[in-house]
Design a protein around this ligand. Structure first.
Ligand code: 13P
Length: 248
């Protein structure tokens, strides 16, 4: 049984103070949902957001982390710090990290191993660019991302792995993949997971869709059999809009 998940990726938005205001609004609005709701603020707001979510069902995740426990990596955040703060989730391999910070599948693989080692629940992002889609290489790209990112992780407990399909051309553009397209690619991702992780684990792994999810399209996406939830960017910054998505 895959419990639906609605996760908000706040990206580089909201000061700690603004983040707490948003959490307090969300707590009042998100009362009745069967979905697991996760919000991912910036590193500097994590502490305040954790405190503000106490006593509510809203869970908290980070947007990235380094793969090493500690060391001379100026400006980086270790999985040990996230775990020490009681952060539950961490987004890894987001396309903005791949695009602007040159993270590749090998690096993301190391981050996944580190997150799993420390008991953080990773939300692994995969997805093709517009160019790759137009060249007809969507499935090749995703196959490679899944295989390389999940290489040699057999020693870890992967039951808490979450995958998000985020077509790069749909992020922040207002262009959503059609529900049929998203469903089909997510079905393909599950087939790839079966090859790498085996059937039992893969059939229980939640796979989210991300890319211009709004309150107006969440229902039709969630009605598709392969789509287990959403990773929401822009629309997660507005309390009313995100609460409508969370309570779809
Ligand atoms: P938007 O919902 O703003 O398109 O962003 C999606 C995303 O990147 C979530 O991680």
């Amino acid at each position: 049984m895959r419990v639906p998940m609605i996760a908000g990726n706040w990206k580089m938005n909201k000061t700690p103070e603004e983040a707490v205001v948003l959490v307090n609004e969300l707590k009042g609005l998100i009362q009745n949902t069967s979905a697991e709701v996760v919000i991912c603020p910036t590193f500097v707001a994590l502490g305040d957001v954790l405190k503000a979510t106490e006593g509510s069902s809203i869970k908290v995740g980070a947007q990235n982390m380094h793969h090493q426990d500690s060391g001379a990596f100026t400006g980086e955040i270790s999985p040990v710090f996230l775990k020490a703060m009681n952060i539950e989730y961490v987004i890894l391999g987001h396309s903005e990290r791949r695009q602007y910070f040159f993270e590749g599948n090998n690096e993301i693989n190391k981050k996944l191993a580190a997150a799993l080692k420390h008991g953080l629940k990773p939300i692994l992002c995969v997805g093709e660019t517009l160019e790759q889609r137009e060249q007809g290489t969507t499935y090749d790209v995703i196959k490679e991302q899944i295989q390389k990112c999940l290489e040699n992780l057999q020693e870890f407990n992967l039951e808490e792995l979450i995958v998000a399909y985020e077509p790069v051309w749909a992020i922040g553009t207002g262009r959503t993949a059609t529900k049929e397209d998203a469903n089909e690619v997510i079905g393909f991702i599950r087939q790839q997971l079966i090859e790498v992780l085996g059937e039992k684990l893969s059939l229980n792994t939640r796979i989210l869709y991300g890319g211009s999810v709004k309150s107006s399209n969440i229902r039709e996406l969630m009605d598709m059999p392969e789509i287990d939830g959403a990773l929401v960017g822009g629309a997660s910054l507005d309390a009313l809009e995100f609460s409508k998505i969370a309570c779809y």
